[in-house]
Design a protein around this ligand. Structure first.
Ligand SMILES: [Zn+2]
Length: 678
C-alpha cells in the first residue's frame, strides 16, 4: 500500500472545505463560516501549495481568479479591474512586503505611505459620467461584477451627482469604496430577522453583501447602508495632475461629496505604519463599525505605476490584518480529565492553530451538556476562540464539513484514572468520580492546597505531587507536613538541598492565615474571595463547624449553594478528622482579628470605584461588597472623581469613558491583589 503524505491529505481536505464554503456563500447565500475563517483556511492551503508545488492542481481554489457572481443580477465587466490585496498578518510580514517592493526600484528615498482602516464590508465600483452616477457594481471576481445601480442609489452617503465646485469637471470617474452596515444597524436587522423567524446574518460583512444583492431596492433603502470611498480613478489622471498621490485623491473624493473614513494617516516611515496598526488594534473596538485590519498604500501614484501588479495583487499595497481570535481547526481526539473535585472534564485535542498570538491545541468542552449542545465529534472541523486570558473554547462545529464516519461522543461510565463508576446527579451537568481515594482527586486537591492563592507552597509542582501520590508518600494534604528530607531525597531528581528547602517551605505555610487554609481545603464553590467573606464572619474553625447552614447563607455575597456545600463538608467525619490533624500540625484555623480588621477597613478609604463588564470569577455584587468592606466607594457611572475602573469581559461605554479620562483600570486579579497586599 502506498503511504499518503499527511500534507497531501490536508491539502485535499482544505480544498474540499473551501469549495464547500464558497458554494454555501455564493450560491446558497448561506455562509457556513466567517470570512476570516475562510481566509485562514485559504492561507493554510496556499502555504502548503508553496511548500509542495507538485501538489498544485488546476481545480484548487487558489487557482481560481475569483468567485463567480450569482445569477440574478446582470453581470458587468469592470472598466478597471478591482484587485484584491496581498495579506500580511504581523509586522514581520509587513516588512517583508516593504522589502519586496523596494528591491524593484532603483531609489526609494522619501517614500511615504498612506494607512487607512480596512472596513469590513463589501467593495463597490461606482462609475460617474459627467458628474452623474451611472453605474454601481459589486466587486464580483474583480473583473466581472453584478450591476446593482438601483440598490447603490439608496445609499445616502453615495452622491448621485458630484460636486465640482472649484474643480475642473471630469468626464468620467471611477470610485471604489466599501459599503458597510454600522454595528447598531446590523444588530437591529438581526433582531428583526429573529422576530420574523428568519436566518440571522453571521456578521455585518455578510449582512452588507446580502443587502446589496437584494432584488427589492426598497429593502435595501430601509437597511441604512453606509459607504466610505477610498480609491479614485480618472482615466488619464497622471497627465491631468488633478491628484498625484493617494492622500490628494482622498481629499478630492471628499470635496466631490464622498464620505472618506476620517482615520487615515500619512506615514513617513514603516515604523509609523506599524504604530498606526498597533494603535488601532485596540482603538478600533470603540468604532461604530467593524474593521479587520489596515490597508497600507504607497502614497505617490508615480511609484504605484512603476511597481505595477503581480498576477493577483498590486505590488504597492498590502492589507495588514489583525490576528483572529477565532480560527478553524480539526478535533483529533476528545480526552477526559479528572479534576480535584472528581469532575470529569472533556477536552478537545485539536490540530495546533495560531490564535490571538498563541498556539492552541486543546480547548475545554466543559461537560456532557455542552458536548451534546455542540454535538462535537472526533474528526469535526470546529471554530475555536481565545479572547484575552480566557481558556480556549470551542464555539461551534461546522457540521457541513463533518466526515461521514463520525460517531457521537459519549462520556465514559468509569473514571479514566481509578476505573470506578462515575456519577451524574440529576439536575447537574457535571459527571463525577466519587471515589474518595481516587488518585486524580487526591493529586488535584494537593495541587490546589499548595497553589498561590491557597497555602502558596513554592517548589511543589504538578510533577512532584504526582510522584508523592504515586509512591504512596502522601494520602492527604496533612501528610505533606510529615514529609522528611530523607523521604524527599528518595524521589527522582531531588537533591539534599532542594529536599531541605521543600521541607522548610511546607513548614512555612503553617503561618498562612485562616482564610487561605479554608480556601485550600477545596470545598466546592468556595473560591478565595468566598473564603475571605466566610472567615470574616467565622473567625475560628469552631465557629464555622457549628454554624447553621442558614447563617452561612446569610453572609453577604454567599448564596445558598455555597452555604450548603460548606455545611455539608464540615459534617463529614473524614473532613472533621482532617481539620483536627491540621490543627495539631499547627496550621492557622483562626484569624488574628485585631490586625486584619483595621487594615482591611482602611485599604480603599477615600477611593471611588466603578465595576463594568463580566468579571472572570466574581459577580459584580461580590466585587462591590469587597471594595466596600475595604472602605472604598462604588458608583455606577464613570466621572472625573472615579479612581479605579474594574474591567471585565464585554465592557462597554464605561471603559471608553474611563480611557478618555485616563482613569486607572484594574482587572479582577489586580483588584484582589490590592486587597490582599500587605
Ligand atoms: Zn477516579
Amino acid at each position: 500500500m502506498i503511504q499518503i503524505q499527511p500534507e497531501l491529505k490536508r491539502i485535499e481536505e482544505l480544498r474540499q472545505l473551501l469549495q464547500q464554503a464558497s458554494y454555501a456563500y455564493y450560491v446558497l447565500d448561506a455562509p457556513i463560516m466567517e470570512d476570516a475563517v475562510y481566509d485562514q483556511l485559504y492561507r493554510e492551503l496556499q502555504q502548503l501549495e508553496t511548500q509542495y508545488p507538485e501538489l498544485v492542481t488546476p481545480d484548487s481554489p487558489t487557482q481560481r481568479v475569483g468567485e463567480r457572481p450569482a445569477t440574478h443580477f446582470t453581470s458587468v465587466r469592470h472598466n478597471i479591474p478591482l484587485y484584491s490585496l496581498e495579506n500580511a498578518f504581523n509586522i514581520d510580514e509587513l516588512q517583508a512586503w516593504d522589502q519586496r517592493w523596494r528591491r524593484q526600484l532603483p531609489t526609494t528615498d522619501g517614500v511615504k505611505y498612506v494607512s487607512e482602516l480596512k472596513i469590513d464590508g463589501s467593495a463597490l465600483a461606482l462609475t460617474y459620467q459627467d458628474g452623474v452616477l451611472v453605474r454601481g457594481a459589486t466587486r464580483g471576481d474583480g473583473v466581472t461584477g453584478e450591476e446593482i445601480t438601483q440598490n447603490v442609489r439608496t445609499i445616502r452617503s453615495i452622491p448621485l451627482r458630484l460636486n465640482f465646485d472649484g474643480i475642473e469637471p471630469i468626464e468620467r470617474i471611477e470610485v471604489r469604496g466599501e459599503a458597510f452596515l454600522p454595528l447598531e444597524v446590523f444588530k437591529q436587522i438581526n433582531e428583526e430577522r429573529q422576530k420574523a423567524g428568519e436566518q440571522l446574518f453571521a456578521n455585518p460583512r455578510n449582512a452588507a453583501a446580502g443587502t446589496l444583492r437584494q432584488l427589492d431596492s426598497r429593502i435595501v433603502a430601509r437597511r441604512r447602508l453606509d459607504f466610505f470611498a477610498y480609491t479614485l480613478h480618472i482615466p488619464g489622471m497622471d497627465d491631468a495632475s488633478i491628484a498625484n498621490t493617494q492622500w490628494e485623491a482622498l481629499e478630492l473624493l471628499q470635496k466631490m461629496g464622498f464620505r472618506v473614513n476620517p482615520n487615515h494617516q500619512l506615514c513617513e516611515s514603516l515604523a509609523e505604519v506599524a504604530e498606526y496598526y498597533k494603535y488601532w488594534d485596540t482603538e478600533r473596538l470603540n468604532l461604530p463599525y467593524m474593521t479587520d485590519g489596515v490597508v497600507v498604500k504607497l502614497n505617490a501614484f508615480k511609484l504605484q505605476e512603476q511597481l505595477g501588479f503581480t498576477q493577483k495583487f498590486p505590488r504597492w499595497a498590502v492589507a495588514l490584518k489583525y490576528p483572529a481570535e477565532e480560527a478553524p481547526t480539526r478535533v483529533e481526539n476528545i480526552a477526559v480529565n479528572v479534576g480535584r473535585t472528581g469532575a470529569l472534564t472533556p477536552l478537545a485535542e485539536m490540530r495546533p492553530v495560531q490564535l490571538a498570538g498563541t498556539t492552541v491545541s486543546r480547548a475545554t468542552l466543559h461537560n456532557s451538556d455542552r458536548i451534546a449542545q455542540l454535538d462535537i465529534r472526533i474528526g469535526d472541523t470546529v471554530i475555536v476562540r481565545k479572547a484575552g486570558e480566557i481558556i480556549p473554547e470551542v464555539v461551534r462545529v461546522i457540521k457541513e464539513l463533518r466526515p461521514a464516519d463520525t460517531v457521537p461522543f459519549v462520556m465514559p461510565s468509569h473514571c479514566p484514572v481509578c476505573g470506578q463508576p462515575v456519577v451524574r446527579e440529576s439536575g447537574e451537568a457535571v459527571t463525577r468520580c466519587v471515589n474518595a481515594s481516587c488518585a486524580a482527586i487526591l493529586k488535584g486537591s494537593i495541587e490546589h492546597w499548595v497553589s498561590r492563592d491557597a497555602l502558596d507552597i513554592k517548589g511543589v509542582g504538578e510533577k512532584l505531587v504526582h510522584q508523592l501520590v504515586d509512591k504512596g508518600l502522601v494520602h492527604s494534604v496533612a501528610d505533606l507536613y510529615d514529609l522528611t528530607e530523607a523521604q524527599l531525597c528518595s524521589l527522582e531528581r531531588m537533591g539534599e538541598k532542594s529536599a531541605q528547602k521543600l521541607v522548610d517551605a511546607i513548614a512555612q505555610s503553617k503561618n498562612q492565615p485562616w482564610h487561605r487554609v479554608l480556601y485550600g481545603l477545596g470545598i466546592r464553590h468556595v473560591g478565595s474571595v468566598n473564603a475571605q467573606l466566610i472567615t470574616e464572619k467565622y473567625p475560628t474553625v469552631e465557629k464555622l463547624e457549628t454554624a447553621k447552614q442558614s447563617d452561612i447563607a446569610g453572609i453577604y455575597g454567599i448564596g445558598a449553594e455555597i452555604a450548603q456545600s460548606v455545611y455539608q463538608w464540615f459534617h463529614i467525619d473524614a473532613n472533621q478528622a482532617l481539620i483536627a490533624r491540621l490543627g495539631n500540625t499547627g496550621l492557622q484555623l483562626a484569624a488574628e482579628e485585631t490586625a486584619t480588621m483595621g487594615e482591611s477597613n482602611q485599604k480603599f478609604a477615600g477611593k471611588t470605584f466603578v465595576v463594568t463588564g463580566t468579571l472572570p470569577t466574581l459577580k459584580r455584587d461580590e466585587a462591590k461588597a469587597l471594595i466596600q468592606k475595604a472602605g472604598g466607594k462604588v458608583t455606577d457611572s464613570v466621572s472625573k472623581k472615579t479612581d479605579y475602573l474594574v474591567v471585565g469581559e464585554d465592557a462597554g461605554s464605561k471603559l471608553a469613558k474611563a480611557q478618555s479620562l485616563g482613569i486607572t483600570q484594574l482587572t479582577e486579579a489586580q483588584l484582589l491583589q490590592m486587597l490582599t497586599d500587605e
